[in-house]
Design a protein around this ligand. Structure first.
Ligand code: FAD
Ligand code: NAP
Length: 340
């Protein structure tokens, strides 16, 4: 284990931002991880785990040891009548896992097809799309404490999953490296097509009872047509979370934001589409030098060539300020910002 110093990170984040790591090392095994944590501890260097860098903004150089989580392996731990339990190494590519499960006849992940990133990062923000969230298939995860190198196991309750949220973004932020996740999937074909763009897709296609393969294909097709490919237009997906409002806040917003849709949450709050607010403030397609807002998707900020995380954050701050001034709604950045 010999970390590289001053390593360029441009190829390790989907926004393709130019930044360097004080030190950088590939993590393939638990042994690599323990050695790397001890190395960083000896030098009192903070540690930053990185998967595929699809949910980070590198706003400057990182004075840290960056761990590139590259461990591989999908293992069937248990099979019962109609469920299966899998253990998946942190470095497995999420979409390849979804595809592998579908081919193996293990169901529940189809709506989460084509989300970039690694399996180990999925619990961090409880990834979600098309009406399904990661926690619906989650059983437990294995992690290592960055401070003392001890092994930890977290069940669903301990993860405190929420909307694009978990304990790993809150009280345990920067404390743990996730090494593997365990998922419980169905061996019976189950589908969830309640999400509007998915149900519309099947209605248009005249498919009354879609199979899991149909759902996977539909999600891949809808996503490919709507979302910019980071390889062609570097981005980090949705840059802002959808704001969640109290009924009182929603009533006030409805006065200024006439025609806005809102989605009631189980706890009585209401989620509103940030893209709608940003678009109405005139930002869709806006460019400032080599940094901009995508012209088809107002939630997606794009690096058109500046390669500068600071410029991206400055644009994001202006977008958030104009939404605040126009609608009184606070936008929260979804990706994790480093090096600012
Ligand atoms: P990274 O970006 O590398 O890391 C993200 C954070 O997790 C960092 O703070 C990092 O330190 C931490 N982390 C990563 N791995 C570990 C680990 N093993 N242990 C501890 N901490 C770790 N998200 C959704 O929820 N739904 C979507 O539909 C969706 N669509 C997207 C579409 C596009 C085009 C893009 C670019 C992004 C999209 N995202 C979406 C965001 C992103 O794909 C997810 O958040 C994904 O889980 C990030 O995985 P990653 O491996 O790239 O994590
Ligand atoms: P969309 O279908 O146009 O919907 C816009 C927004 O409205 C979404 O963010 C979604 O919230 C919300 N929404 C729509 N119908 C809903 C319902 N019935 N109940 C609750 N909320 C509803 O969104 P899109 O941009 O094309 O993305 C499609 C899916 O992929 C969404 O689930 C989105 O979250 C996910 N996605 C996420 C990222 C990311 O980086 N986080 C990037 C691309 C796509 P939700 O976001 O809660 O679903």
């Amino acid at each position: 284990m010999q970390p590289r110093s001053g390593a360029p990170l441009q190829g390790y984040n989907t926004l393709s931002l130019d930044a360097r790591a004080e030190a950088f090392v590939e993590i393939d095994t638990d042994r690599d991880l323990l050695d790397a944590l001890a190395w960083a501890r000896d030098r009192q260097l903070p540690v930053v785990p990185l998967g595929e860098g699809s949910n980070v903004v590198l706003a400057g150089d990182l004075d840290a040891l960056v761990l590139h989580m590259a461990s591989r392996g999908i293992e069937v731990l248990e099979r019962a009548d109609d469920t299966v339990i899998l253990r998946v190494a942190a470095g497995e590519n999420w979409h390849q896992l979804v595809t592998w499960c579908l081919d193996a006849g293990f169901h529940g992940l189809e709506n989460l097809a084509l989300i970039p990133g690694t399996a180990g990062a999925a619990p961090i923000q409880n990834i979600g799309a098309y009406g399904v969230e990661f926690d619906s298939v989650f059983l437990r995860l294995h992690a290592v404490d960055m401070v003392d190198g001890s092994a930890r196991v977290f069940d669903r309750k301990a993860c405190a999953f929420g909307y694009r949220d978990s304990v790993f973004k809150g009280g345990l932020r920067d404390r743990l490296v996730i090494t593997a996740v365990e998922l419980q999937l169905s061996t019976r074909p189950v589908v969830d097509v309640r999400y509007p763009s998915l149900s519309d897709f099947f209605e248009m296609a005249g498919v009354a009872a879609p199979a899991p393969q149909d759902v996977y294909d539909a999600v891949v097709s809808i996503r490919s047509s709507r979302l910019p490919d980071p390889l062609l237009e570097p981005n980090a997906g949705s840059f802002f979370k959808n704001p969640v409002l109290t009924p009182d806040e929603m009533r006030k917003l409805a006065v200024t934001a006439q025609g806005i849709t809102c989605y009631p949450q189980p706890d009585g709050t209401l989620k509103v589409p940030a893209a709608w607010l940003i678009e109405r403030c005139g930002w869709k397609g806006h460019r400032r030098g080599g940094t901009g807002i995508h012209d088809r998707h107002a939630l997606v900020l794009v690096n058109h060539g500046d390669n500068d995380g600071g410029k991206l954050l400055a644009l994001a701050a202006d977008v958030a300020a104009s939404v605040r001034e126009t609608y009184g709604v606070e936008l929260e950045i979804e990706p994790r910002v480093y090096g600012a």
